[in-house]
Design a protein around this ligand. Structure first.
Ligand code: LCS
Length: 392
């Protein structure tokens, strides 16, 4: 199939072709740890790289490879690589690009464990980082040093939903020959394709929208062939945080419905966001699709729809926020996002509890902030539950 000429929805189903030797419609699950050689000489040739073929599933597996090819096509990148979790993907990329004494410039606001990893890299390996709002060119420039080896961005940022103008950052990064790495988890490739905007590397927690059903923990990286090969032979092979063939199989299944699921997530979220905004007990909503949101113009420029997440602050205390969660009946109290079920969480005490209070508040994560991942249920039922919980 000519991948270039097909639309995203078609590529999500067919991209990368088939791995089936006997015509099965769905890709076979190669649930195997190792691969047999026909002779000792063939084994030698595979290890020497003079003959193509599989060796051992930590080094490569046909089910996993199909997923890597498909995600690379969907993100518009040259090659993809899979990991056993989003954090394994994040750590592999950061480790591949840095060594002791180097510096990373990050968005002011990151998933809690990414923040924790950066702290660990600073304390144990002398790899420093700075955070930037990335709103102002001068401010970005002032934080770039001769040791800055990458710019690491989440947009929209977890959980504050702040947006960063990727093309603006890319322009500065290119002048300084610094790669731009984007964690695209909140968007999935259906809503935003950073490589097409000039970014170098994309990371996903595929646990979220790509899987879509809350049944797999997984990570993906997309980038240039040379970079992916470098990570394959170093941080992936030797640190070994690989994805299981079964999880790759689940993600291939998830990808087939990504466009239809994302459309429904986005439609539901738009409805819930406008109702939340008008609610008397809600102080402020943070939703990229709200034209009064400071990131609205950036959303229009680089995302095709505003996504399936809303954060909001309530009038009241931490206890009041927790009580709202406790009163919910349909909506589940859980971290993670992008699942069929609507999930709600309290970032200050859950996903971002590891971030020290001062840094947390600087990111905008107050005790009153609640994050909602809007699921695929009927929006009327989601709203009915939220409404009763907010009203009590
Ligand atoms: N990047 C982002 C933006 C995330 O939101 C997460 C997980 C990760 C990376 C790590 O991925 P994982 O290893 O969990 O696959 N975010 C979570 C969240 O907001 N709630 O629970 C997990």
């Amino acid at each position: 199939m000519n991948n270039e000429s097909k639309n995203f929805d078609t590529l999500a189903i067919h991209g990368g072709g088939s791995t089936s030797p006997n015509g099965s419609l769905t890709p076979p699950l190669y649930q195997t740890s190792t691969f047999t050689f026909e002779s000792a000489e063939q084994g030698e040739a595979r290890f020497a790289g003079t003959e193509e073929g599989y060796i051992y599933s930590r080094l490569g597996n046909p089910t996993v490879k199909l997923l890597e090819e498909r995600i690379a096509i969907l993100e518009g990148g040259e090659a993809g690589l899979s990991f056993g979790s989003g954090m394994a993907a994040v750590s592999a990329v950061l480790m591949a690009l840095t060594k002791s004494g180097d510096h990373i410039l990050c968005s002011q606001g990151l998933y809690g464990c990414t923040f924790g990893l950066l702290q660990m890299m600073k304390e144990k390996y002398n790899i420093n980082h700075d955070l930037s709002d990335m709103d102002d060119e001068e401010e970005i420039l002032s934080k770039i040093t001769s040791n800055t080896k990458l710019i690491y961005i989440e947009t929209p940022i977890n959980p504050t939903m702040k947006l960063i103008d990727l093309q603006k950052v890319v322009k500065i990064a290119k002048q300084h020959h610094i790669p731009v790495v984007v964690d695209n988890t909140f968007c999935s490739p259906y809503l935003q394709q950073p490589i097409k905007l000039g970014c170098d590397i994309v990371i996903h927690s595929a646990t979220k929208y790509i899987g879509g059903h809350g049944d797999a923990i997984a990570g993906l990286v997309i980038g240039k062939k040379d970079f992916i090969q470098q990570v394959t032979m170093t941080t992936k092979k030797d640190i070994g945080g690989i994805m299981s063939p079964f999880d790759a199989w689940l993600l291939l299944r998830g990808l087939k419905t990504l466009p239809v699921r994302m459309d429904r997530h986005c439609d539901n979220t738009e409805k819930i966001a406008s109702l939340l905004k008008e609610h008397k007990n809600v102080e402020q909503t943070f939703y990229p699709g709200d034209f009064e949101n400071p990131g609205y113009e950036i959303m229009k420029k680089q995302m095709c729809k505003p996504g399936g997440l809303i954060s909001f602050t309530i009038k009241g205390s931490k206890k009041d926020a927790q009580n709202i969660l406790n009163r919910l009946k349909l909506i589940k109290i859980a971290v993670s996002l992008g699942d069929t079920e609507t999930l709600i969480q309290h970032p200050a005490t859950m996903t971002h509890a590891v971030v020290p209070e001062e840094a947390r508040l600087k990111m905008g994560i107050t005790d009153q902030l609640i994050r909602l991942s809007v699921g695929l249920e009927a929006w009327e039922d989601i709203w009915e539950d939220l409404h009763q919980a907010l009203n009590d």
